[in-house]
Ligand binder design. Sequence first.
Ligand code: CS2
Length: 430
Amino acid sequence: MQAPGYDRAAQAAGIVHIGIGAFHRAHQAVYTDDAMGAGDRDWGIIGVSLRSGVVAAQLGPQDGLYTVSTRSAAGSALRLIGSVQRVLVAADVPQGVVDAIAASTTHIVSFTVTEKGYLRAADGTLDLAAANGTSSLYRFVGAALAARQAAGLSGLTLLSCDNLANNGAVLGRLMRQYLAAEYPGLVDWFDANCTCPATMIDRIVPATTDADRAAVEAALGARDEGAVVTEGFSQWVIEDDFAGPRPRWEAAGVELVADVAPYETAKLRMLNGAHSALAYIGLGRGHDFVHQAIADPDICPVIERLMRAEAAPTIDAAPGQDLAAYASALLDRFANPALHHRLTQIAMDGSQKIPQRWLETLAWHQARGARCPSLEAAVAAWIAFLRSGQPVDDPLADRLREAAAGPDAMDRLFGEGGLIASQWQPRNRE
Ligand code: CS2
């Protein structure tokens, strides 16, 4: 089994990662482990959980070590990751989180807090009341930036690794809004000393199950409470705009580019757009997992059309970016039978995901007088899902269910002033 090729105990922590769930452990932490394995130093990761103590309880007794299993039809490979040093639970040690971000050795704060973790109000601005709540990333980063400025330390790179369109610019704008309200004297310092590069992150990481932990235990001969399971594929494209030092992630295959937008847009509209469509259409037809839904002969052509005929034409591809090959690769990845990726995991937080996954594509075609049969089927499946009585895990769950129940569901969800603000207007569909 591949294990860390560097002295873990000798590494300073250069990164604080907020939202240390399975995705971070199967993606950014692996690239950072690779970079240190290739000789780079002092990029240990201090993980932060804003909401629950589960990951800290899993990784604490293991000294931060955990395994990543990559699974395909051909089998499974196991690897030990050493880049995570410890996990802080924000509710237990709030000052410890601030101190970690304010430490002179810290250069990067990265985030996987999911779409809803950015605490955007319906108009896209920061919900300031929520941003002052206990599980707000802004509070911790704001207090730490103030401490860095006061101590004369360098600024930071704030690296959003969530599936948001323009994730870097969005984080920068919301952070600036928070600082303007809470630390007005810090805004100019923030602009001069901190950056928020855009990123495209891609790896399919189903939630780890007890069966996964048992399979890892059987292969490893030891219990790993922090095990994560994923596919072989992994991609990370980052806008090359760092405020200070960064790991030599390129040694691990990270692409550092001037403009992430074509990759990010393709990923959101093709991969994630197809995923959300598979989730709602698949659940409606009684499937549990992505690989089952994509094998359904009534669903596969809908998804293929969504990617190739609806999403792809809306993307201004970068030189060498082959969207037809991308669609084919995605169909193969979705079909991976060894990855039990639950449709309910993807169906979660639809209100936060659907705008950048579907509505921008729909608006693009609408502006050209064209229809999108696959995305329209996906929208109908989402409404059917909201009406179905199945559990809806979404910050707007109650309001969505209520809006979806009546005959004017489309308008109440997507119309002007509806719950899901967008450029796409269902009223003008015909
Ligand atoms: C999925 C993503 O849960 C979801 O909504 O669409 O987490 C997806 O698996 C990743 O973005 C793949 O990189």
